[in-house]
Design a protein around this ligand. Structure first.
Ligand code: ATP
Ligand code: MG
Length: 229
């Protein structure tokens, strides 16, 4: 028996009144699935992930994440839900620049009682991602981009979230580091019974996943301003 971790139907979203509107007719992801999401630049991958992560909200339609209806939540409830249950790895990392790497990872536990982690656990997670203790104690801005990308992953994995949403998380990594990173990500998902939605331009990674989703098959853009000028 499988349950849906993501259940979208008839979802519509617009960045602003002047922007085209985006529609997702149907998309569902089963519990424990590892989904590879691909599509051209500007096709709406990050926009879709920001909706799933409750960072932005759709104007209409159904969006249920881990069985919870995000559409009926207030902004505050969505923030709480994200902090408690989701692991987000953003394309731009969103690390706090004046904190050290380990402090950035510990932030996850600061925002959620359910995801408390100790400093030792945070250091272990970072070490598994190839960030040794001396680097972990440095301000994140002193780390290389690839190292920052791994700190962002550690922060997302902290406290064992049930859904991990990763937006091009391997773009700055060399092949060997990337493979180690994916191993850890997959292991964590397996051990924690987590589901993974992973965006990447690197097609060679697709066979490692349970399913490949082409964004053009699920997301449709329409220019509502058409004919107005
Ligand atoms: N914060 C924003 N405000 C307004 N429009 C935005 C914003 N973010 C994205 N868009 C628009 O939404 C569309 C989809 O962008 P999105 O970032 O989702 O694409 P993407 O598939 O993630 O691209 P990439 O592969 O380059 O990361 C683009 O036309 C973009 O201009
Ligand atoms: Mg993007």
């Amino acid at each position: 028996m499988s349950e849906l971790v993501l259940d979208i139907s008839g979802l519509e979203f617009q960045w602003s009144d002047q922007s085209p509107s985006m529609r997702v007719d149907q998309l569902s992801v089963q519990s424990g699935e590892r989904v590879f999401l691909k599509g051209a630049s500007g096709s709406g991958k990050s926009t879709l992930l920001s909706l799933i992560g409750g960072v932005t909200t759709a104007s209409t339609g159904r969006l249920a994440v881990l069985g919870q209806d995000l559409q009926s939540m207030s902004a505050k409830q969505r923030d709480r839900f994200r902090a408690d249950h989701l692991g987000l790895i953003f394309q731009q990392f969103n690390l706090i620049p004046y904190l050290t790497a380990v402090e950035n990872v510990l932030l996850t536990g600061r925002f959620s009682k359910q995801r408390k982690i100790t400093r030792a656990e945070a250091l272990t997670l970072l070490k598994e991602l190839g960030i040794a203790n001396d680097l972990a104690e440095k301000q994140v801005t002193q780390l290389s981009i690839g190292q920052q990308q791994r700190v962002a992953a550690a922060r997302a994995l902290a406290g064992k979230p049930k859904l991990i949403i990763a937006d091009e998380p391997t773009s700055a990594l060399d092949e060997e580091t990337r493979d180690g990173y994916l191993d850890l990500l997959f292991n964590q998902c397996h051990t924690n019974g987590a589901t993974l939605i992973f965006v990447s331009h690197d097609r060679t990674l697709a066979p490692l996943f349970d399913r490949e989703v082409n964004i053009a098959d699920v997301v449709h853009w329409s220019d509502q301003k058409e004919g107005e000028q």
